[in-house]
Design a protein around this ligand. Structure first.
Ligand SMILES: Nc1ncnc2c1ncn2[C@@H]1O[C@H](COP(=O)(O)OP(=O)(O)OP(=O)(O)O)[C@@H](O)[C@H]1O
Length: 269
């Protein structure tokens, strides 16, 4: 099966500074890849590059082929067509995806409408409203009707992340990028959100690029792991291979650090 995403010798520079160097990896339709590495290793820049959202001060070179579109050097119009129907993103801080002045239901409804326009399907307000409530139920929000009427500041951090996931889901994307989606949440909510993402990815048959510095979290969410160190890819293999027999000393040190931390917390790993 041909890949949904193929990154080939991609580099990212800010002026003279090389931030990501010669990174190559691919994701097949429905595959779940974890991108791990310590803070500053280039994980978020890699995710931004593949949706063409690097800041103007940065430049990507090499090739990023997403659903047969070359992203490096693409025009804005081509990128807009990819964002949403092909790839949707959830971030660490759900408020970045939410308009503070608009009720949650209306925000999800906007995405539902845009997706329907993309599919050239006409729709009534009642159909949009029904789809919004269905999406809120899919992300396990109790009392979706009440929540749809709330503003983002009126709901908890965990609920906001569920709403951000519902918005991503409204696109029915082929690839979901989750950039540290549980880092800002308490441990119990983290586990719930992780389970939810896993469930939805499977039910919708989406591919997943899951970015995290937290190895146990990544291991629970994906099939394959790629490791970035100071902008370079140092490992790419199945979760079992990489966690049980890492090739690279840096990966070993990340795993050992996670084990030590978990032992200190008394968690199982
Ligand atoms: N707008 C920018 N201008 C210049 N350098 C930047 C910019 N954004 C990020 N960087 C640098 O690029 C490198 C990679 O950053 P990136 O955000 O991709 O790391 P990360 O692995 O996602 O880290 P974290 O887990 O802390 O989010 C870092 O050295 C960072 O300082």
């Amino acid at each position: 099966m041909s890949a949904l995403l193929t990154i080939d010798r991609m580099s990212i520079a800010a002026g003279e500074r090389q931030l990501v160097r010669n990174v190559s990896f691919s994701i097949a339709p429905g595959e779940r890849l974890g991108l791990i590495g310590e803070s500053g290793s280039g994980k978020s820049l890699t995710a931004l590059a593949l949706i063409g959202l690097l800041s103007d001060a940065m430049m990507a070179t090499g090739s990023i082929l997403l659903a047969d579109t070359e992203v490096v050097g693409a025009r804005e119009r081509q990128l807009v067509a990819l964002r949403g129907p092909v790839v949707a993103t959830i971030f660490q801080e759900p408020l970045t995806a939410l308009d503070p002045l608009m009720r949650v239901g209306r925000q999800i409804g906007e995405v539902v409408r845009r997706r329907m326009r993309h599919d050239c399907v006409s729709t009534s307000s009642q159909q949009v409203q029904a789809r919004v409530l269905e999406l809120l139920a899919r992300v396990s929000i109790p009392d979706p009707e009440r929540l749809a009427r709330a503003y983002p500041h009126e709901i908890s951090g965990g609920q906001r992340q569920r709403v951000a996931i519902a918005m991503a889901l409204a696109w029915r994307p082929r690839l979901l990028i989750a950039d540290e989606p549980t880092t800002a949440l308490d441990v119990t909510t983290q586990a719930d959100i992780l389970k939810l993402i896993g469930q939805l990815v499977e039910e919708e048959n989406m591919a997943l690029l899951f970015i995290s510095h937290d190895i146990p979290v990544v291991a629970a969410a994906v099939d394959r792991v790629a490791v970035l160190k100071q902008g370079e890819l140092v490992e790419d293999g199945s979760v079992g291979e990489v966690l049980q027999a890492p090739n690279n000393g840096y990966t070993r040190s990340l795993i050992e650090a996670a084990r030590t931390f978990d032992r200190a917390l008394g968690r199982l790993f």
